[in-house]
Each structure stands twice: as structure tokens, then as C-alpha cells.
Design a protein around this ligand. Sequence first.
Ligand code: NDP
Length: 480
Amino acid sequence: MEKILNYINGELTNPVSGNFFPTINPAIGKPYALVPDSDKPDVTKAVEAARAAFPKWAATPASNRSAILIKIAELIERDLDKLSLAESIDQGKPVKLAKSLDIPRAAANIRFYATAILHESADAHFTNEEAINYTQYTPIGVVGCISPWNLPLYLFTWKVAPALAAGCTVVAKPSEITPMTAYLFSKLCMEAGLPAGVLNIVHGVGPKAGQAIIEHPEIKAISFTGGTATGKIIAATAGPMFKKLSLELGGKNPNIIFADCDFEKAVSTTIQSSYSNQGEICLCGSRIFVERPLYEKFLKEFTARTKALVVGDPLDEKTNLGAMASDTHMKKVLSYIELAKQEGGTIVQGGKQVKLTGRCADGYFLEPTIITGLPHTCRTNQEEIFGPLVTIMPFDTEAEVLEYANSTTYGLAATIWTENLKRAHRVAAQVKSGIIWVNCWLFRDLRTPFGGMKQSGIGREGGFEALKFFTDEKNVCIKL
Ligand code: NDP
């Protein structure tokens, strides 16, 4: 079985303990590689390497940092097929999705920040005619980046790219469930000539390797994407240490569909926003609210198209939904389907595990599932499930749907479907989410602020905001 290795001080290394654990290919339900079970000593080594590398990397001209990062982006593009296959095997997603979304976006993340640093400017403030103030942004030091399993390389690079571009050195941990593409990425960094210690990747489990990163006193900032419960642990640990924190957490995103929408676009895009990546995208809409005059027509068409989706081998080009990322996660989603039944919901479509034959007979597959008849207040409609499961509910007025949409503890993303521009603006202003898409979904411009309100997180990624996060800001006032 292939052994994944840590990437510390420019070298691929075994964990200090020598211990590894298996990682599973979720489409076949069997281990296929070994992951370092890293702990505090590995993180200590990684932080030492990052500290040693920091002064030189921070002082490297932006154009030189940019050139190395662009080389890494080019290598990702060169290895598109290999990385897409690796992502699909590790995560369970259809290989065609990895090839069209995950891996191209990983390269785009790096290119975006590699070029952003060539166009940075600083603020200056003139105080009457007596003084000039200018703001200096200096890289903050060694930072920690911790990412989840749903979009592994995509989200790993979304954090690491701005940190490296800003001149920080990094200790990063991908999810234990999906470590493979971060490992392949470390090899590309070596090939591109990234100096030793600038990026260090420590593999392992959250409570050991992850916890050691967030607790380390030399780590000045933490950029985290993952569940709200883990975010709370990170905030509780890092807050009293006065570390800078960016937390991108869970969601329970509403889709608000008015009767005057472009029906075809609303249905086809809502199929995407419900089931892409098996519903394992923090931005997927899981609560669909449809204005009553359209409700029956929408439900009928949406159900027919859901039924037509192919759940199958992620390596098959015809597959729409691949495997769930893990057995544990599949069982969690199934438990919510049981809960929905207990809460009085009707399973209109799906609701069961899919048993494939052949190579994928032991894989973790679920039917895309539609549930109706639930109130917006029940647990199924309040808690993040993170699977191919949506609820559909009718509404009569704008005020009513706004109450439904805003009723959860989350506030990450929302979609609004209407041809009425005034209404689109009015509703967008009142939905408490950090990201609103009107008549589209997952239409991304990397310059825009990305993040959630309420328990969906604090801080914003994207654009120059992410670069600033990894810097210390200083005002210099010069009396004229
Ligand atoms: P988790 O919170 O379980 O894990 C995220 C990362 O944190 C993993 O690398 C995990 O390691 C690590 N971790 C776990 N415990 C600790 C700890 N005590 N200290 C430090 N690190 C720790 O999330 P999932 O991986 O399950 O990802 C799914 C979640 O991510 C969903 O809630 C989803 O909504 C959210 N998400 C949010 C996004 C956003 O942009 N807002 C985008 C994508 C996902 P390990 O894997 O070993 O447990």
C-alpha cells in the first residue's frame, strides 16, 4: 500500500512515532494507502522549519514569490488527470467533477494569489495638511491552515495560497479522510523549487496533529475550514492566545424560489446546488422554499430529474453522484433520513443506501433524497446534514420565507430565484447569509468576500482580504 509522507523542511518524512493508519477508498470500501499518524513532535518539527524559513521568505521580493507559486499552478495543470483521479479515489466524488471543478480551482487559487501580490497597494491618509499616515502590511509569521475532506485540494490551496503569497510560512493539515492530493501537492512544491520550510504539511487526525497546530504558541494565525463544532474548539483554544482566526464553518443554506422565476434555470441549477459532490459542499442548498403557485409543478419536475440522476462508480463518466466520503458520514446522513421520518416527513424520492455491483459493491453510496411535509423548525431543517438530501416546503409571502430562511443558527449562503429585480435586491438585503446568489449558484469571482454570518464562521476569505489576514497592519504617521 502506498505510504503518504509528511512534508517538513522541504523533505518527505515519516512521522516521528513511525505510526500510520489506513485511508479508505469510499467507492470500494477498502483501505488503499497509509497516512502518517502525526502528533505534537511532528508539529514541533514543522513549526521549527517554518520559523527558520520565515525571515528569508518574508523578505523575498513579491515577484519572486509569485514566480514560484505560478510554477506550482502550472504543475497542477500539467498533472490535471493524475490529481483528478487521486481526488476521486480518495474522496469518492465523480472523477469528471474533480477534473472540471476541484483541480482547476486549486490551480486558479494559486494563480489568483500569485498575481494579486503583484498588484497590491497600501492605504495613505492625509490628516489636514499636517501629517500623512500610511499603512504597512507585513507578513505575520508562521501560520496554521486546516482544511476539510469535501473539496480537499480546492480548499487546501484556498488557504495555503494567500498565506504563502503574503510572505508567511505555513504548517498545514489536510483532513485525515482525504490526505492524498495534499501529499501529491507537496511533491509539486518540491519540483517547483519552493524553499525548504516555507510550506510544511503534517498529516494526521484532528485531535492530535490538528490540536497541536492550534495550540502551538509560535503559530500566529489560523485559517480553518470545517465543522462548527471544531470551529468552537479552535476558537476556545486560540482565542485566549490572541491568535488571528479565520473560521469558515457549516451551513444550512436556503434556496428561495419565487413563482416568477425562470423555471428551467431554477430547476436545473437547484439540481446542481442540491446534489453536486453528493451534497457535500458547504454551499449546497438543503432547504428549498417554493412559492405556493409554483410548488406542485416544481416538486414534480425536481423529483423526476432527481430520479434520473445516476449514482455510480466515481470513475464512470456517466456518474452524477459518487460515493459518500466515509462510512461514518454515510451513516450520519442515513440517521437524518430516519429522523426526518420520525418528525413526520414524507420521503418523496430516495432515502436509502445504494448497493452497487462489481468493483463498488462495498462502497458508500446514497440515493439523492427529497423530503416534504416538514416544518422549518424541526431538527431536519435546522441542523447541517451535508449529504444529498433536501427538504422542499411551500411559502406564501416574502415575510414568511424570510422568517424560514433566517431561522437557523447558520448564515453561509443562499440562492434567490426571481425575475423581479426589485424583489431580488429586497430579499437579498434581508437574508442573513454571507453569500447570496440571485438566479445562479456557485458562480464564483475569487475577488469577492467569502464567508458566513452567525455560526457559519468569522472572517472572510477571498480577494485582498485573505492576503491581509496573513499580515500585521501598522500605521506610520509622519508629521509634515
Ligand atoms: P471537521 O471540522 O471535522 O474537520 C475539519 C478539519 O479540522 C480536518 O482537517 C480535521 O481533522 C481538523 N480537526 C478536527 N478536530 C480538530 C482539532 N481539535 N484541532 C484542530 N483541527 C481539528 O470538518 P469536516 O472535515 O467534517 O468537514 C465538513 C464540514 O466543513 C462541514 O460542516 C462543512 O459545512 C464545513 N465546510 C465549510 C466550508 C466553508 O467555506 N464555510 C467549506 C467546506 C466545508 P480530521 O479530518 O483528522 O478530523
